[in-house]
Design a protein around this ligand. Structure first.
Ligand code: SF4
Ligand code: SF4
Ligand code: FES
Length: 246
């Protein structure tokens, strides 16, 4: 196979540039292999985050020819032979150096979600059909590709007002758990900013775990928020019965 022209962002928070490298390509190589080859043979100080090389740790997120991808799961033969490949850091989070970004905002956002809260006398026996809906949300590997592509965070930088699709997925998993009794709907409406999502489905398109983020997590949560805060019949029912819908 011919050599690859790999164009990599090199720089830090102050700025940077795209630099070109020539990398020999072998059968079966993925983008991460090419990046690591540059790191080991041409530029030892190249910063690049990775861990499992198996699509499970969520560390190697980057933009490959402008599309958010896991570098370790993106084969080079996906792209036309002979054409250069450009790899840049995910855009939504600040660059630390080269391909490594500071994703700590996500971990701070995560801490604000009320954790799993079982009722005191919970019967811990439950069945597959009880957890069927929430199970796919547990596949998340926290690659933050969905956070990266969501225009509310990426283009409008509304990180103070919107938790983003990854954390709507986590909240959906908690809200749909059969043993959980916490109430996160007001948080979703006020601090979580679920109303900012206008269901473009870009997050679902890039999820490497194929989680149906928009249809199964976000829309379901939006329906619960609307029922609780904006449906006059539900409001009247709650007023008369003193009960709350979950
Ligand atoms: S569907 Fe909502 S959360 Fe997903 S990318 Fe679009 S606006 Fe963002
Ligand atoms: S929901 Fe999908 S795209 Fe988003 S962080 Fe989890 S695995 Fe990544
Ligand atoms: S190195 Fe772990 S997901 Fe790519």
């Amino acid at each position: 196979m011919s050599d690859l022209t790999l164009r990599l962002f090199r720089g830090d928070a102050q700025g940077g540039e795209i630099r070109e490298y020539r990398v020999p390509v072998e059968e079966g190589m993925v983008v991460l292999d090419a990046v690591l080859r540059v790191q080991s043979r041409q530029s030892n100080e190249l910063a690049c985050r990775w861990n499992c090389k198996a699509g499970k740790c969520g560390s190697c997120s980057a933009e490959v020819n402008g599309r958010p991808r896991l570098m370790c799961m993106t084969r080079l033969d996906l792209f036309p032979e002979g054409e250069p490949l450009t790899v840049t850091p995910i855009k939504t989070f600040p660059v630390i150096r080269d391909l490594a970004t500071d994703v700590s905002w996500n971990f701070e956002t995560n801490k604000r979600i009320t954790p799993f809260t079982p009722k005191a006398d919970a019967d811990w026996k439950f069945f597959q059909h009880d957890v069927e809906r929430a199970q796919e949300f547990r596949k998340c590997i926290e690659c933050f590709l969905c956070q990266n592509v969501c225009h509310v965070l990426r283009d409008h930088d509304l990180k103070d007002a919107f938790m983003g699709p990854r954390f709507l997925v986590r909240t959906a998993g908690l809200e749909m758990h059969p043993l959980d009794v916490a109430d996160r709907l007001r948080y979703l409406k006020d601090e979580g900013g679920i109303g900012y999502c206008n269901i473009t489905k870009c997050c679902t398109e890039v999820c490497p775990e194929k989680i149906t983020i928009t249809d199964n997590a976000i829309i379901a949560l939006k329906e619960r928020v609307v029922d609780r805060f904006y449906d006059p019949l539900t409001w009247l029912w709650r007023l008369l019965t003193g009960r709350r819908s979950k």
